[in-house]
Every structure is written in C-alpha cells, then in structure tokens.
Design a protein around this ligand. Structure first.
Ligand code: SF4
Length: 258
C-alpha cells in the first residue's frame, strides 16, 4: 500500500483532474491523517495508519503560509484556478475552520481575485452552524455522498459516528443549487462484504438523492491511485456516462473523471 500525506500546510499547486491548477491547504496534521470517515479508497490511508501526529496548524500558521504563497504567486507558481482545502483528512474538523475560511477569502480577494476557494468535505459537520455558514460562503463546497444507502456508506466510507443519509439530506437543504456533489463510483469486496454502488438499485436511489438535494454541479469519479484497501475495482468512463445520462437530460451539470 502506498498513500499520500501532505507535509506542508499550503502545498502545490497540483494539477487536479476536477479543479484545474489547485493550491492545496491542509488543516490537518502534517504527518498523520485525521478524519471522521475512514474510506476504503482514501488516498491518505486508513485512520489507524496515521495516528501519531495530532498537531493541527494554528490560524496564524495557516494565514501566514497562504499569504506567503499568494503574494509570491507571479514570481513562483503563476496563475491558479483554485485554493482547495483538502489535505490529510476532513478540513471542517479543524476547530477554527470558519475563521480560516474567512481569512482565505480575504487573501484570495487581495492576491488572487480570479481563483475560486474550494473545500472538499464529507459533509458530516454541516449541521454545525459556523461550519455550514463557512461552506455557504466559499465558491465550491464539494460534498461527498457515495451512496444513498446507509449500509453501503458503512462499507465504503466507514463513518466513525452515527451517520444517516436522511440527516445529511436534511442538512443540505440550505445548499440547494449552491454545492457540488461528489460521488466515487467503485465496486469490490472489503472485509468479506461485496459492494457496488453502480447497481440499478444503488443508481436509482442516488438519483433520488440528487433530485432532493439539487447540487449545482456533480463530480463523478472513480479510483485513480493505489488505495489502502485491496480488491477495489474501478468503474469505466462508459459506465459513469450511462449513469449520468438521465440526469444530464433533465439539466444537471456533470463532470466525469476516470
Ligand atoms: S472523507 Fe476523505 S479524507 Fe476522510 S477518509 Fe474519506 S477520502 Fe479520506
């Protein structure tokens, strides 16, 4: 197994399949992973493999690192398409997430007006008011829902708390037309359990989630790198195109990455 941890607070830019030239911000420990999901496909590895480093960057450290990169953008990186909060886990778990988002938006307005601010999140903390408000203020709140069934989420995403898809849908009400839905399509066997979120039953239920939550855009993707769990299978672009077609027909904007 080979996984990737981001050892800097601000990293990149990286050329992202879905976001273009992206300057990453890691609000999690630099040498360990911290997430309240434990997805079998997580590029940062399993939670149990990265527990030693628990130190989160302070607001000042994040602010200084981001300002430094953005001020020197022309001399170093050049143009960026987005400042993306992702990194070694779930960014909204940082206790000062909302304050850091405010700072990032200010710095973006000052030094990189054309760049978007994006957050990759599993959506678990949207019920918390200041997290919700912060996610409503960024350009791209990219929120993960990998299945409409709690039982499948338990196998694929392995939430470390009492997860409920119904609760996530309710929490997403203020986000109608304002968020990007991100879904990983895959199949395989893990811990003796078979899973496949491309079956007719899964896809039909996922369509219902899409219709209820009304994302502004949908990002469909599949495994791209080595995963901590073995035995996971990629889904083809053709399969994802077939899944996307009925939603495109009724006007949803969808990007597909294989
Ligand atoms: S939600 Fe993201 S960071 Fe957390 S385990 Fe899943 S893929 Fe990894």
């Amino acid at each position: 197994m080979s996984t990737i941890l981001f050892n800097e607070i601000v990293f990149g830019p990286v050329k992202s399949r879905r976001l273009g030239v992206s300057l990453g911000v890691n609000l999690l420990p630099r040498f360990g992973k911290w997430c309240n999901f434990d997805c079998i496909y997580c590029e940062c590895g399993f939670n149990k493999d990265g527990k030693e480093d628990k130190k989160l960057p302070s607001v000042v450290e994040v602010s200084q690192s981001l300002a430094e990169k953005l001020i020197n953008l022309d001399k170093t990186i050049g143009r960026i398409d987005t400042i993306t909060f992702s990194g070694n886990g779930e960014p909204t778990m940082h206790p000062n997430f909302a304050e850091i988002i405010s700072i990032a938006l200010e710095l973006r307005d000052k030094y990189a007006k054309e760049a978007k601010v994006s957050v990759l999140t599993n959506g678990s903390r949207i019920g918390i008011k200041d997290v919700e408000d912060a996610l409503l203020r960024v350009d791209n709140a990219i929120i993960k829902i990998d299945s409409a069934f709690d039982s499948s989420v338990q196998i694929i995403d392995r939430p470390q708390f009492d997860y409920s898809i119904e609760k996530i849908i309710t929490n997403l009400l203020p986000f109608k037309g304002r968020f990007v839905l991100q879904t990983m399509f895959l199949r395989g066997r893990f811990d003796g359990e078979l899973f496949d979120n491309t079956t007719d039953r899964e896809v039909k239920a996922w369509y219902e989630v899409v219709k209820k939550t009304e994302p502004r855009e949908i990002m469909m993707y599949t495994i791209d790198r080595e995963t901590p769990a073995q035995g996971l299978e990629k889904v083809t672009i053709e399969q994802m195109n077939r899944i996307a077609a009925p939603l495109i027909d009724v006007g949803f904007s969808i990007t597909i990455s294989g």
